[in-house]
Design a protein around this ligand. Structure first.
Ligand code: PMP
Length: 297
């Protein structure tokens, strides 16, 4: 599914077939989850393939590497360049792009002095599908910001996302909603959340969540379209009185929620602000909006 006979990945300076890549079995990333990654999308637009918010994604990768002490030997411009070349080599315009910076062999708990960059890309539809989601509140909380850097996309952090997704899917739901350590609503396992109440949107403020690039794009679109939106903490009880809700993320894009546990969101998806934003977000990534956000191209 992820690669074919003629697929190419970028691997530590070379463009090679994925099966030609080699890894180190003593890698600290493998043993302790000390690696950082990104999830980026490119879209086929009237201007050709455009990587959406490439700079913001690579800046987040760099931030993650810095806080984890992982050597980061590339400039953002170089990385963007490499990624466009990679898309070309794979003959892809609509693609999901996965840069991964792993650490070298080191069985101690001090960050390895070596790092290795791999960038993969493949065709990937909307990660959570197109239908409205049935969501379960997870028994797992998002990581405590005093025990790690929650805004860094560190590979090891994703065991929390795997636990909550397994739990939700095994109970017959589509996705998990996680609370933060204070019991406020945080986010989905791999996406941010917005709720609509009385014509206004709310999304948890930063501190316990991934600072999603889709989330900030949605906030910018709201500003441009004069949709009322506020970043603030809210509880599960408040979410269960909302008219509508949706998730945002690079892989998921904008996807509506049908229900949360036993609570069914009463407003029809088609008449919600989330639905309008789903359409506007699509236009934005395809460079089809008349107002262009700063980094869209
Ligand atoms: N929350 C989590 C936990 C995530 O993994 C992601 C995906 N990076 C998001 C939110 C959404 O972030 P973005 O919009 O930058 O993809």
């Amino acid at each position: 599914m992820y690669y074919k006979e003629d697929s190419i990945i970028y691997h530590n300076g070379a463009y090679i077939h994925p099966e030609k890549a080699s890894g180190n079995m003593y890698s600290q990333a493998l043993h302790y989850g000390n690696g950082v990654f990104e999830g980026i999308r490119a879209y086929k637009t009237k201007f050709g393939a455009k990587i959406f918010k490439a700079e913001a994604h690579y800046k987040r990768l760099k931030y993650g590497a810095e806080v984890m002490g992982i050597p980061f030997n590339y400039s953002i411009e170089e990385l963007i360049d490499i990624t466009y070349k990679l898309l070309e080599k794979n003959n892809l315009q609509d693609a999901y792009i996965r840069p991964l910076l792993t650490t070298g062999a080191n069985m101690s708990l001090l960050t390895s002095e070596e790092s290795l960059l791999t960038i993969q890309c493949w065709e990937w539809g909307k990660y959570m599908g197109d239908k409205l989601l049935k969501v379960k509140t997870s028994r797992f909380q998002r990581p405590n910001p005093k025990s790690c850097f929650v805004e860094a996309k560190v590979t090891g952090h994703y065991t929390n996302s795997i636990l909550s997704t397994n739990e939700a899917k095994n109970a017959g739901y589509d996705e998990a909603l996680l609370l933060d350590m204070n019991g406020n609503v945080a986010e989905c396992s791999g996406a941010n959340i917005f709720m609509q109440k009385d014509g206004k949107l709310y999304t948890p403020k930063r501190g316990h969540i991934m600072a999603g690039i889709t989330r900030s794009t949605i906030l910018e679109i709201c500003k441009e379209e004069s949709f009322s939106v506020e970043e603030k903490h809210f509880t599960l009880d408040e979410l269960k009185q909302a008219d509508s809700a949706f998730f945002t993320g690079t892989a998921a894009e904008v996807v509506g929620l049908e229900s949360l546990d036993d609570y069914v969101f009463p407003l029809s998806w088609e008449s919600s602000l989330g639905y309008k934003l789903m359409k506007l977000y699509k236009q934005e990534v395809l460079c089809e909006r008349s107002t262009k956000l700063s980094e869209a191209i």
